[in-house]
Design a protein around this ligand. Structure first.
Ligand code: CTP
Ligand code: CA
Length: 226
C-alpha cells in the first residue's frame, strides 16, 4: 500500500490518550503530585481528533481547555485513571499514555487535617498500579504507545520500558535537557518502535511532536491492515 508523507486519516479508529499529572491526597489540604502540564496529551488528543479519530482524553488535574471534538474524562488519582483507562481499553485501537502517573501514594489518608508536632514526620507510601504495564500485559489488537521521562541514560531506560511494558512504541524525553520536560511547551524526543524503527526529533513544539507521533502511529495502524 502506498504511504505518502501527508497525514493519514484516523477516521473510524478509537484513540485513547492520557494526560497530565495525578494527585495523591494525604489529608484534606495536602497531596503529592508532579509538575506535568498536560500539554503533550492535550496536543495528542487535538491532533487525533483533527485526523478524524473517535478520541477520548483521560485527563489528570490540569488547567487546559478541551480540544475540539475530544471526549474528555477528568480524573484525580492514579487509581481513578487506572479505572477509566482499563474500562475503555478493549474498545480502543490506539492508546497513548502521556500522563505522568504517580508511582506511589500515601498508605494512609487522613479524614482530618494533620496537626504538626515537634520533630520529623515520615510518610509511608505504597505503589499505585502501573497502568501502562497492565495495558501491555492485556494487549490484543491495540497499538500501544508509552512515554519515558528520564534525567539520564535516556535510551537505555527507554528501551527497557518498551520491552518490559510490551509496547509497540515509546517516546523518550530527556527531561533534564533545556526546553524539554513536564511543564515546557517544547520537547526533544527519540521515537523507538518495537520493530527497531527509530526517529530522532529535535526540539519542537508539543503540537508538532504530537503530529509526528500520530503520523508514526497511523502509518503503523494502516500497515497492520494491509
Ligand atoms: N505509567 C503508568 N502508570 C504508572 C506509572 C507510569 O501508566 N503508575 C506510564 C506513563 O504514563 C508513561 C510510562 O508508564 O507512559 C513511563 O513512565 P515513567 O515514569 O517514565 O516510567 P516508570 O515505568 O514509572 O518507571 P520510573 O518512574 O521508575 O522511571
Ligand atoms: Ca514513574
Amino acid at each position: 500500500q502506498h504511504q505518502s508523507t501527508q497525514s493519514l486519516s484516523l477516521s473510524g479508529k478509537r484513540v485513547l490518550i492520557t494526560a497530565g499529572p495525578t494527585r495523591e491526597k494525604i489529608d484534606p489540604v495536602r497531596y503529592f503530585t508532579n509538575p506535568s502540564s498536560g500539554k503533550m496529551g492535550f496536543a495528542l488528543a487535538r491532533q487525533a481528533a483533527a485526523l478524524g479519530a473517535d478520541t477520548t482524553l483521560i485527563a489528570g488535574p490540569v488547567d487546559l481547555d478541551t480540544p475540539r471534538g475530544v471526549n474528555r474524562v477528568d480524573v484525580v488519582t492514579a487509581q481513578d485513571m487506572y479505572e477509566q483507562v482499563l474500562s475503555r481499553y478493549d474498545a480502543s485501537d490506539l492508546v497513548i499514555k502521556s500522563a505522568a502517573v504517580a508511582d506511589y501514594r500515601p498508605k494512609q489518608v487522613f479524614d482530618q487535617k494533620m496537626k504538626k508536632s515537634p520533630g520529623d514526620y515520615t510518610v509511608e507510601m505504597e505503589r499505585t498500579h502501573d497502568i501502562l504495564q497492565e495495558l501491555g500485559e492485556r494487549k490484543r489488537h491495540q497499538y500501544l504507545i508509552g512515554f519515558a521521562a528520564e534525567t539520564q541514560d535516556l535510551e537505555y531506560y527507554g528501551e527497557q520500558k518498551l520491552v518490559k511494558k510490551n509496547l509497540d512504541a515509546i517516546v523518550m524525553n530527556n527531561i533534564a535537557e533545556q526546553g524539554s520536560g513536564f511543564s515546557t511547551d517544547t520537547n526533544a524526543s527519540v521515537y523507538l518502535a518495537k520493530d527497531g524503527k527509530r526517529v530522532d526529533w529535535p526540539l519542537m513544539s508539543k503540537d508538532e511532536l504530537a503530529a509526528n507521533i500520530l503520523q508514526m502511529a497511523s502509518e503503523a495502524l494502516v500497515g497492520e491492515e494491509s
